[in-house]
Every structure is written in C-alpha cells, then in structure tokens.
Design a protein around this ligand. Sequence first.
Ligand code: OAD
Length: 241
Amino acid sequence: MLLEEPLETLRKSLGTARIVAFTGAGISAESGIPTFRGPNGLWKSYSPEKLATLEAFSRDPRLVWEWYDWRRQIIHQAQPNSGHRALAEIERRAAGRFTLVTQNVDGLHDRAGSRSVVKLHGDIWRVRCTGCQAEEPNEQVPLAPLPPLCRCGALLRPAVVWFGEALPEGAWERAHEAAARAEVFLVIGTSAMVYPAAGLVQIACHSGARVAIVNPDPTPADEFADWILRGPAGEILARLL
Ligand code: OAD
C-alpha cells in the first residue's frame, strides 16, 4: 500500500520523541460533526466567519445561539472516533512527552480519554456571562431559553473564541511552548488557515520538529511536512498505532 512506508517511518519516529498533536475540525468529521470550511460547514446560508464574531452576537444573540445550540445537539449525539481514541492511546504510550493542542470546542478528545488537552478555541460546553464574566459548565441540550441568561440578568455567551478575540489565558503559552519543544508535530484535520493557531506549525518546524500532516486534502501547512498522509484521520491514526 502507498501509505505503509511513511506510516512505518512516522511510527518509528514517535518511539522516544516529544510529540505534539495539533487537531482541527477534520478529526471529528468521522464522528458526524460538520467541519467549518467546505460545503458542509455552512449552517443555513451563514459561514462561520459571519456567526463566530462578537459583532454578530451583539447584533443578533439569538441567531448566534441557535447556531451553537444546533452544533451542541449534533455533538451531544456524536461519539469519539478511532482518531480521537488513537491520540488518547498515543498519549498513554508516550506518557509525559505528549501534548494535544486542539482548535476543537467539541470535547471529544476528553471523552476519548485524552488528558493533556490544550483547548485553543475554548469549550462549547461552557458559558460565560457578558455582564459579570462568571464562567460555568452548561450541558443543557437543547438550550432553553434562547438566548440563555445569567443569574445576574445579563446575556450568556458560549465560552469559545470568536474571530478577532484573544485565545484563552495560558492556552497559547502552553501550545507555543509545546510546539517549540516538539520533535514530532502531527497536524491532523485542520485547514491550517486560522491564526494564530495555524502558526504553531511554522513554530514547530522552525524549532526543528519533523512535521506530519494527516488530511484527505492539501493544506497550506503541507510545505512544512516531512510526512503527508492523505486520508481520513480515524483510519490513518488507527493504522499508525
Ligand atoms: P476547517 O473546517 O477549516 O478544516 C477542516 C479540515 O479537515 C480540512 O482541511 C479538511 O480537508 C479536513 N478533513 C475533513 N475530513 C477529514 C477527516 N475525516 N480526517 C482528517 N481531516 C479531515 O476546520 P479547522 O481547521 O479546525 O475557529 O478550523 C479552524 C478554526 O476555524 C476553528 O477552530 C474555528 C473555525 O472558524 C473558531 O471558531 C475561532
């Protein structure tokens, strides 16, 4: 098979290396969760760039919450797939030398058993008050009322990062440090177009890591790659193990 040789060399390189896995929406695609870009990423006729902003929320909080509520319902019904499980297993085998950095807010890495997860874009299962700033878990599916309100009376928002907002305190520092120390950097299921997250690939590469891409389609990060494994993450990561 075409993939066997790169899979074998990548497998060997994981043996004693410091590893970072950097994931995006594509790793959850096989769990039935739509990715952001591409035809299935659209909700009604809105692109994520039109909904995942403070401006959109200020203009129409109900519309933005309806989108998040729709996504929460899909994620609630979804199960982690073999890609999520493979990363949890790699973490167990590489105890202490593995960091998982994800752009996903769906929580499927946690549900698959990953422990060391840096969430760059927040968590769809948490809410934050736009008034008193209190943040708490919220797993109500479907959400009612929409938009939800805090005890203090102000609007709640999803505790996720929107376009133009800073990444959660500490998360970027942890991700940056892990990328700069990585010896093998796995880029899995991301279009590598949203910054600053996508910049981790360059940081890792320029710091000497070898980079592997797992994606059925080309991405701008491919130019940094030592390995390009074309195909669905669930299948490829399961074979990697
Ligand atoms: P995208 O939707 O931009 O990209 C998904 C990537 O997954 C694409 O490159 C697909 O080719 C790939 N893909 C699809 N199916 C796959 C599979 N089965 N296995 C592996 N890869 C597959 O999602 P992200 O890169 O995660 O940010 O997007 C980055 C950020 O943009 C998100 O975190 C979100 C979004 O707007 C915020 O909300 C701030």
